[in-house]
Every structure is written in C-alpha cells, then in structure tokens.
Design a protein around this ligand. Structure first.
Ligand SMILES: [Zn+2]
Ligand SMILES: [Zn+2]
Length: 281
C-alpha cells in the first residue's frame, strides 16, 4: 500500500507553535494520507490529533522524539506506534522532561554569565498550558525579544546550538536507552536526522544496537548523506523514514521546514506498523 506521510512534526505539546489539530488539518490540506505527531519527550498532543484526524479522514501515527546524549551532543530517537494512553509509559516520560528543565536552567545561567539579562521566569511565561515543555526555541524567541539576536538561526549559531557559547549538555539517557525505552513499550525506534550529528560511527553503533529504522528524508540531511543512509538501511534491513520536522511558524516563516515538504517512502508506514504489531503480540 502506498501512503504519503510526514513522519516528523511538532506541536504546542512541545516546541511547535501549532495545536495538534492544526498540524492534522494542514496535513489533510497538503494531501497526505498520514501524519505522525512526534513531540519532544511527550505524547500529550496525540489524543487531540487523533480526534481531529477521525473527523477529517486522515491517519495519525502516535509518535515521540526522545532526547538523549552521546559523546557530548544531543541525539534524538523517534518512536512510532508508542502506547500514548498508557500510564506507565507516560510516567517514564516525566523523568525525561525533568532533565529538559534542568538543561534549560543551566542554559539560562550560562547566558546570564555571558552578560545577557534573561530570566527563566520570562522564558517559561512564553508557554501556555500546564506541562511547560520548554525547549531551546522558546529561549531563542526570548533572545530575539531582548534584541540580543535577530533570528532563531542566529540564536542557535551564536548561543544555543552545538557550537554556541551557552551550549550545555547535562547528563541524559543514552541513545541506546532511548531505543530500549521505545522498543520495550512496544514502539518502533528510528534514528532522527542522522546527518546532523557528524558522527557516522555512532550511527553504525546504534544500528548494531537495534534501531528499527533511520530517518533518511529530513531537511538537515544532505543529498550525499541521504544516499549513504539509504544504503545502510538496505544493508541492515532498516525502515527508511522521512519527515519535515515542522515546528509551526516563527513570524511568517515555517520553523525548520514546511509540513509535508519531506515525506517518507510509500512503504514506510506499513513497515513500521508491521514491526509494532509483531512487538505487541
Ligand atoms: Zn530532533
Ligand atoms: Zn523534531
């Protein structure tokens, strides 16, 4: 079966700017058959998305993007068909979000040391809702507001990104632990945007550890990287996935890439579903 699906999108449940139902509506408008909601360390947006999808006649794949750290950098592992309504699974995610909060505190402290008049309270005020799943884009917006930088890109390049002056990386779970967490919950584990890490040795290690798939079609993977990861996926029998990493809008511009600008190969959803089915039985 051929399915057109964007398997990587964020909502207001983490650092996206659109409500989950809005992502679903846009996916339908773009002519997609399916969309995955993959918020950072939370499944809070999924129930709303599924409800909206039922009305519109489009499929929502319950997902997550788990943050982990290896060799000093953030590694993201996507989970598909995760048990989003399961209390025990949700409980595990609470711990992951607390680490995120610790990271934010350290980051703000670093920015203050650099002489920037920024406060944790003001950043957290940017986010509505009770779970306060704050990420670096929220801090970037505050830096724009304060006139320290003029764009999200500049905020990441100068301060918040891997090479930035305020970049911090407190202890987090390893990517191996993230893969196990997803698989043990009955989900399917896929390495997000491997091209971003500049560490193909690690990608190979994680394939050997037990990844189910690899995100080949992502705006941050170069054409050469896509070719390479496609080849590795074929060699190891991994599912090739893809998605836009849509984060909503920052001003007029889509943040990261526009929803549906990157989609998964036609057989990806069926293959992910089959792995999840086998794992749950
Ligand atoms: Zn990511
Ligand atoms: Zn993402």
């Amino acid at each position: 079966m051929s399915i057109r699906a964007d398997l990587h999108t964020h909502t207001t449940a983490s650092d996206g700017t659109c409500e989950p139902s809005e992502n679903v509506r846009m996916a339908k408008e773009q002519g997609l058959d399916a969309i995955a909601i993959t918020d950072h360390d939370t499944v809070a947006g999924i129930a709303e998305a599924i409800e909206a999808a039922a009305r519109l006649g489009i499929e929502v794949i319950p997902g997550i993007e788990v943050s982990s750290v290896a060799r000093g950098q953030d590694i993201h592992v996507l989970g598909y068909f995760v048990p989003y309504a399961d209390a025990a699974f949700q409980e595990k995610l609470v711990g992951l979000r607390e680490t995120r909060h610790e990271r934010n505190k350290l980051l703000i402290a670093r920015l203050q040391e650099l002489g920037i008049d920024i406060s944790l309270e003001n950043v957290y005020c940017r986010k509505q809702g009770t779970d306060k799943n704050i990420g670096r884009p929220h801090i970037a917006e505050e830096l724009i507001e304060l006139g320290v930088v003029s764009s999200i890109e500049e905020a990441f390049a100068n301060y918040l990104g891997k090479e930035g002056a305020a970049y911090v990386n407190p202890p987090r779970i390893t990517p191996q632990q993230a893969i196990s967490l997803i698989k043990e919950a009955g989900g399917v584990a896929v390495l997000a945007h491997p091209g971003l890490y500049d560490d193909d040795e690690l990608v190979q290690e994680l394939i050997a550890y037990g990844l189910d798939g690899i995100e080949v079609y992502h705006p941050d993977n170069s054409p050469d990287q896509r070719k390479n990861y496609q080849m590795w996926a074929e060699q190891h029998g991994l599912v090739v996935t893809g998605g836009s990493d849509f984060h909503g809008w920052r001003g007029e511009e889509p943040f990261h890439a526009m929803l549906a600008s990157h989609v998964a190969p036609a057989d990806a959803v069926a293959r992910l579903q089959e792995i999840a089915r086998q794992r749950k039985s």
